[in-house]
Design a protein around this ligand. Sequence first.
Ligand code: UDP
Length: 350
Amino acid sequence: MIVLTIIGARPQFIKAAVVSRAFKEHRPDVHEVIVHTGQHYDANMSDVFFDELEIPKPDYNLGIGGGTHGQNTGRMIEKLEGLMMEVQPQWVLVYGDTDSTLAGALAAAKLHIPVAHVEAGLRSFNRRMPEEINRVLTDHIAEVLFAPTETGRQNLRNEGITEDKIKLVGDVMYDASLFYKEKARRPQLPAELDIKGGDFVLCTIHRAENTDDPQRLKSILQGLGDSGEVIVLPLHPRTRAKITDYGITIPENVWVIDPVGYLEMVWLEANCRLVATDSGGVQKEAYFFGKPCVTMRDETEWVELVEAGWNTLVGANADYISSQLTNALLPRHNPYYGSGKASVFITAEI
Ligand code: UDP
């Protein structure tokens, strides 16, 4: 059986790494063909993940990136359709909520190839997010929906998706954090930066709602600066470009480094005191490594972490960000993200 896996962005490489490994270990009858759409193309946003996480080299690289959402999605659909006609897969496997996810799902559905969606059912209920549009549409196209959480399953039910299509399997990112934590590696950090005691905040910023709005981005950096905490910020290329464009000065307590590979990111998550982020994946990883998280967004898809007290939503408000970075949270209970075998359940189901 041929399964065509479509990936294109950093979080998808991490999710696909554990599922690809599960295919190899548990499904010798499956021939997985991997397509990289090219959405993320910088070496430290793409190649490093294939090398470090031992993801099989993509069989195809479409080289589509750098355009607008419409341009990218349209070009991907066109190329993926041709490729699917050539490869003739029995299943198409898509991950998460990027333009690559939606393009893969649409191209497959029009060719009557069943689509499996990993990380189905997540909702922010904010339709201004490109990711929300991609998720909702992909979920309504897919034949099998792998929900990571009970909330995800409930969201799908609420949208009228029939019960037989929904599989609550747990979160593949939990699988990844368990598997790779043994291999975690300290990143290269500036010599003057002393984080030996683990008293630092790990920060990431890349969501369009923050990077594309000069006021929000400025306010976030001000909040980080006002906190006076030691902050390590592996900076997404888009955010770096916007900070330069808007002429924002990076505060002195914020140590900007290049984006790191996953093994280094896991090291930072395991060794920091607190995480401040607008990333979906990083919110959960903070919890997987027992760290409180301050989320610089107005809403989140991972609501159970907020309800349990592990995560605080602070928006882009400088005062709120600054005060929360010094606060210690007191979690009330531990949400369930599966048993660490989501990838095995997924490959068994297909
Ligand atoms: N990540 C990484 N290096 C970095 C920043 C993030 O490996 O410098 C990983 C992070 O550990 C998580 C994933 O990238 O597994 C999250 O991706 P991102 O924040 O880009 O996307 P989102 O989860 O918000 O869709």
